[in-house]
Design a protein around this ligand. Structure first.
Ligand code: GLC
Length: 545
């Protein structure tokens, strides 16, 4: 929204759109998305109604892990564009009322990073090696038995015989956060981007920075000492007027998770409990309760996340018999009923967008893209594929370039051949096709984001009594969200007007019925009668109760 008064805590209720740059839009025809492509599509994002974009890493990178192997934290990958273009992007987005969040990767660098090359050249015992975790082996083997998160050992040997630690791929050596150079370097990197106008950072793998190598067990997740790092970052962010710190913190223990959101640490963190939750009413209610119980006492806003570049697309996930998500078990190839998944993904979107806090939308989620599971093996790029010995296909299936227009690949994504092939079936899911169809996923997201902005306000929510299969709650502003996860249609638990529905509603005795796998937003207040129009075919103003 151009010209709005600055809201220092804008992130509390924001809708943040995740841009996976290499697959968003290709401006120069080389098949890889870039800044030119993104800049040309900013009006699309403004129209969609998002408050901010979070960009996955855009730094120079050999792309051993899709850019999460950073060779230089103060520059832009030439395939994506230039630093000058990045600055233009930040300014142009601001002009459209969109804030910019960049990804910072503090746990590890690329093996092409200048410091790592210096460390290799300087040899054992050098100060340069102290910035990473170099150790002699034990006998012929690595210093300890730690395994990489991507599969295989977490240690790789260099020609002089020492080993270095990498929690992810061998091309991603871990920084040693006990080393003062590392701490200073990242503060300086943050300053570099804050000075260029970014509104916040998404902190990659935020809970694993501190390690205890003497431990026999793998000991890197959630050490107490990691918090001092984020306190220091918070002081810097505050000095810049409150740039937002958003943590990627995968921790099942909510009490430990909450420690990252104390008032002097990060502002928000992704809600992976909700993302991983199966499409089951009791499980979802539990996850929502747990989320609010974790966040409300510490005054941090909850976040609601259905997808990102690391997880199976919701349309595919929710169409499976087992709808939960687990990194260790991607359920790749497990049969998925796409139509069922689509209905549920629509309902899930209305649920996520009605909950108190901020919401994330991963590019293509608003188009209802499915997970592409038939990428030819020789085109797969995710290191998980190779490191799992070709047993886990990895995450490429949710990273396929977006379909914008036209009836065949590359669907207006660019003029070149996309770096991953797009399914022919996406012809019905292009932005162009969906824009014309009021029943499309895109129109649902657009309406929901607009209404969310206009109707939700701050405040919390109250559960409403409803059947076991139904999730129903009222926001303080008066909006009621009802989701039916059961097989049978149910009457609405409250009287009011439907402002938005994820699918067609049923009728019985003159009142509306909410079919299974459908969600509806209802208002009980007269002031909302400004929005009586039917936004989805079959969703009508209602007075049932
Ligand atoms: C985070 C990123 C993921 C990446 C990993 C290593 O989990 O989201 O894409 O592979 O960190 O950087």
């Amino acid at each position: 929204m151009p010209g709005t008064t600055p809201t220092p805590e804008w992130w509390r209720g924001a809708a943040i759109y995740q841009v996976y740059l290499r697959s968003f839009a290709d401006g120069n025809g080389d098949g890889t998305g870039d800044l030119a492509g993104l800049r040309s599509r900013l009006p699309y994002l403004a129209d969609l109604g998002v408050d901010a974009v979070w960009l996955n890493p855009w730094y120079p990178s050999p792309m051993a892990d899709g850019g999460y192997d950073v060779a230089d934290y103060r520059a832009i990958e030439p395939v994506f564009g230039t630093l000058a273009e990045a600055e233009k992007l930040i300014a142009e987005a601001h002009d459209l009322g969109i804030r910019t969040i960049v990804d910072v990767v503090p746990n590890h660098a690329s093996d092409r990073h200048a410091w790592f090359r210096e460390a290799l050249a300087a040899g054992p015992g050098s100060a340069a090696r102290e910035r990473f975790w170099f150790r002699p082996g034990v006998g012929d083997g690595p210093p300890n038995g730690w395994q990489s998160i991507f599969g295989g050992p977490a240690w790789t040997r260099v020609p002089d015989g020492e080993w270095y630690l990498h929690l992810f791929a061998p091309e991603q050596p871990d920084f040693n956060w006990n080393n003062p150079d590392v701490r200073q370097e990242f503060l300086d990197v943050l300053r570099f981007w804050f000075d260029r106008g970014v509104d916040g950072v998404r902190i990659d793998s935020a809970a694993v920075l501190v390690k205890d190598l003497d431990s026999v067990e793998e000991s890197y997740t959630d050490h107490d000492d990691v918090h001092e790092i984020y306190r220091e970052w918070r002081r810097l962010s505050d000095a810049y007027g409150g740039r937002v710190l958003i943590g990627e913190v995968w921790l099942p223990d909510q009490e430990r998770f909450a420690l990252y959101l104390r008032p002097d640490e990060m502002h928000t963190a992704f809600n992976f409990d909700f993302l991983s939750c199966p499409w089951e009413p009791a499980a979802l209610r539990r996850s929502i309760d747990l989320t609010l119980a974790t966040h409300v006492p510490i005054g941090a806003p909850a976040t609601w996340v259905l997808s990102n570049h690391d997880v199976t697309r919701p349309v595919t996930r929710y169409g499976r018999r087992d709808t939960s998500f687990d990194h260790a078990d991607r359920k790749h190839g497990m049969p998925s009923d796409r139509e069922l998944g689509r209905r549920r993904a629509r309902a899930a979107a209305l649920l996520a967008m009605a909950l108190p806090g901020s919401v994330y939308v991963y590019q293509g989620e608003e188009l209802g893209l499915w997970e592409v599971e038939d990428i030819p093996d020789d085109l797969r790029e995710d290191p998980i594929w190779a490191r799992s010995g070709h047993t886990d296909p990895g995450r490429d299936g949710c990273r396929v370039p977006l379909p914008w227009s036209g009836t065949e690949p590359p669907f207006g994504y660019g003029t070149g051949e996309p770096w991953l092939p797009q399914p022919a079936g996406w012809r019905d899911l292009t932005v162009e096709a969906q824009q014309r169809d009021p029943g499309s996923m895109l129109c649902l997201y657009r309406s929901a984001l607009r209404l969310r902005r206009e109707l939700l306000g701050d405040g919390t929510m109250t559960w409403l009594p409803a059947g076991n299969d139904v999730i129903a709650f009222r926001r303080d502003s008066g909006l009621v969200c009802v989701v039916n996860l059961g097989a049978e249609p149910v009457p609405f638990p409250v009287r009011g007007s439907v402002v938005l529905a994820s699918g067609p509603l049923g009728q019985q005795d003159g009142g509306d019925l909410l079919p299974g796998d459908t969600a509806v937003w209802i208002t009980e207040e007269a002031r909302l009668s400004a929005y009586p129009q039917t936004l989805v075919p079959g969703a009508q103003s209602s007075t049932s109760g």
